[in-house]
Each structure stands twice: as structure tokens, then as C-alpha cells.
Design a protein around this ligand. Structure first.
Ligand SMILES: NC(=O)c1ccc[n+]([C@@H]2O[C@H](COP(=O)([O-])OP(=O)(O)OC[C@H]3O[C@@H](n4cnc5c(N)ncnc54)[C@H](O)[C@@H]3O)[C@@H](O)[C@H]2O)c1
Length: 315
């Protein structure tokens, strides 16, 4: 694939060259479509992560804690990172009481200097990080005009900028070894706009954009980076307390997901090197192949019909 990209990367637009490139492009696009269909029916085998270093942010609670427990059960060395020392310690104790291998660090992931210092410490104490899970996030939920500058800046710092600081801290060693995996938590709110979540939606669309652009950029690297994988996760409402007032019209169709179930699905997707998933998976097809193909005004009517989302709340 790298070779093909080098072949295409030219300013030679002679007719012969154009015809050749066009034929190659059609062939490769069809190959990739067929490969995706095949992977849909027969996904990758789950990879073995025994002994690998998995760093997760936001391990003190919710999905982050559940993922930490599951990665540890698979034999990984789990590096738990959270701003809250007590809750992070609880997660650490839960892992070690199951005889899992864990390390704990307190870090505010919005502080770039602290993130770089964390990377240095982790490298010395544990080794190079094989799987980075950018999970820490917050979700203020109220009409856009009621969100303060401070709230919006903090949201962007945690949900977006921290992702970039952590990637800048851990990606270089992954590129050096041509081995690694970056996992990011986006959301269904990163696939469609939702009431009361304007900045949050913006932050989760940004996460998807960062992950997509990074994957494209690494493909263009002169050296082989095919050993670095990317997984973007878009969960629906997960019962962690983050979504305080869910409003669901069709409760049996659109069930709130338990954090344990969400973590099972996410860890499985990471082990299979899935590029992008929704939790549950039905939303992936519903949004990609229905919602995105119709005019926005028609999509808005469907959203009204399902009347599913989050009510505003103060804290
Ligand atoms: N819960 C949901 O319904 C849902 C849905 C879609 C996406 N998500 C995303 O999944 C991720 C996890 O969500 P959750 O529901 O488990 O959240 P949660 O509130 O249960 O846990 C978040 C953890 O992040 C930590 N954290 C917050 N700010 C931090 C900071 N500056 N530095 C370090 N740690 C910090 C918190 O202390 C907490 O332990 C988030 O990115 C969220 O946006 C959640």
C-alpha cells in the first residue's frame, strides 16, 4: 500500500499516467470495499495483549474503570490515570485484588506539561505504552447559550486537547517501534448533533476528526507505520452517571448500555483492530446508511420522532 501511495504521489498528469492511476484507484477501491464486507462477516482474530502496556485515562470511574479491569484480566499491564486519586486507587486495588498487573498515576490530562512528565515516568516505571486509551471526558448538558466560557474551555481541554497531548506524548515511541494502538472515546454525539450538547457534540466530532486525520497522516509517513492501529469508539448512553437525565421514547429499542457491557464491546473492538465502532453497533449502520444519506431537514424529523436525548441539568 505504501508503494502504491508513492506511485500516486506525483505531479505527472500525462494522459497515460492519469489512465493508469485511475484504473489502479478503481481496482484498489473495489478491493477495499470487498475486504470491508469480508471483515464484517469474518472479523480479525482477537490479538494477544499479554504483557502489553495499556494506558487508560479516566480510570477512576465508569467505562474507563471497566476497560481497565478487562485489559488486566487479559494479562496486560494496565496504567491507570485519573485526576481523582481516591477513585483511581479504588480501580488499582480492584485490579490487583484480582492478581492483575496495574500501575496508578494522578494526572490532570488537560495539563500538557503534566502529561509529558507522566509519559516520562511511565516509560521509566513500566516501559513503552502499547495501547493508549484516551477515555477521560466530561459532558455539561444544557442549552448552548447557558454554557459559560469557562465550561466550554474546560470541555474542549479535556475532551479534545488532552487527546492530542497524550498522542503527542506516546505516539513517537509507537512510530519508533512500528507498534501501537490509539483508542479514542467519541460518542453518538460525535456522529449526529444533539440538543443540550452543542459544545460536547463539537468535541466528539473533533475526536473523530483527529483520529481520522492521524490515521491518514501516518499512512503518508515514509517509514512503515502499518503496525499502529486506531479505534474510535462512539457509545450511545452508558449508565455511568455522565448522562444524568436521559430521555428515551422507545425504551426497549434504545436501551441505556451498562458500563460493563460497553467495556466488553470496546475491548473486543480493540483486540480485533476495529477502526470505528458504535456501542451498540446498530447505531453505526443506522447513522451511516440512513441518517447521513437523507437531507438534514428529513433527519431532524426522524430525530423528533425518536425523541431520544438528554434533558438539561445544572451540574
Ligand atoms: N457515559 C456515556 O453515556 C457516554 C456516552 C458516549 C461517550 N462517552 C465518553 O466515554 C468516556 C468515559 O465516559 P464515562 O461515562 O465513563 O465518564 P465518567 O464520568 O464515569 O468517568 C470519567 C473519568 O474521567 C476522569 N477525569 C475527568 N477529568 C479528568 C482530567 N482532567 N484528567 C484526568 N482524568 C479526568 C474522572 O475523574 C472520571 O474518573 C468520556 O470520554 C465520555 O465522553 C460516555
Amino acid at each position: 500500500m505504501k508503494l502504491l501511495e508513492k506511485i500516486f504521489r506525483t505531479h505527472d498528469n500525462s494522459p497515460l499516467r492519469l489512465i493508469r492511476d485511475l484504473l489502479w484507484t478503481i481496482l484498489l477501491v473495489n478491493y477495499e470495499i470487498l475486504r470491508s464486507i469480508y471483515k464484517w462477516f469474518i472479523p480479525n482474530e482477537r490479538k494477544d495483549i499479554r504483557g502489553e502496556v495499556v494506558l487508560i485515562t479516566g480510570t477512576g470511574h465508569g467505562i474507563g474503570r471497566e476497560m481497565a479491569l478487562r485489559f488486566a484480566r487479559l494479562g496486560a499491564k494496565v496504567v491507570c490515570v485519573d485526576i481523582n486519586p481516591q477513585s483511581n486507587e479504588e480501580t488499582y486495588n480492584m485490579i490487583t485484588s484480582e492478581l492483575g498487573y496495574a500501575f496508578k498515576y494522578v494526572c490532570d490530562v488537560t495539563d500538557r506539561t503534566a502529561v509529558m512528565a507522566l509519559a516520562e515516568k511511565v516509560r521509566k516505571d513500566v516501559g513503552d505504552v502499547d495501547i493508549l486509551v484516551n477515555n477521560a471526558g466530561i459532558m455539561p448538558c444544557k442549552p448552548f447559550l447557558q454554557q459559560t466560557e469557562q465550561e466550554i474551555r474546560l470541555l474542549m481541554d479535556i475532551n479534545v486537547n488532552a487527546n492530542m497531548w497524550l498522542i503527542q506524548a506516546f505516539l513517537p515511541a509507537m512510530v519508533e517501534r512500528n507498534h501501537g494502538h490509539i483508542v479514542a472515546m467519541s460518542s453518538i454525539a460525535g456522529l449526529m448533533g444533539l440538543q443540550n450538547l452543542v459544545p460536547y457534540c463539537g468535541s466528539k466530532y473533533a475526536v473523530r476528526g483527529i483520529m481520522e486525520a492521524l490515521a491518514i497522516e501516518l499512512r503518508c509517513e515514509p517509514r512503515d507505520t502499518s503496525g499502529i492501529k486506531f479505534t474510535t469508539v462512539c457509545p450511545y448512553i452508558v449508565n455511568t452517571g455522565l448522562c444524568k437525565k436521559p430521555r428515551i421514547r422507545f425504551q426497549s429499542l434504545m436501551k441505556v448500555v451498562e458500563p460493563e457491557d460497553a467495556a466488553d464491546i470496546i475491548v473486543d473492538a480493540v483486540l480485533r483492530d476495529s477502526l470505528e465502532i458504535t456501542v451498540p453497533s446498530i447505531f453505526y449502520y443506522a447513522i451511516r446508511f440512513a441518517y447521513r444519506l437523507i437531507p438534514f431537514t428529513a433527519a431532524a424529523i426522524i430525530i423528533n420522532f425518536f425523541d431520544s436525548g438528554l434533558e438539561a441539568h445544572d451540574d
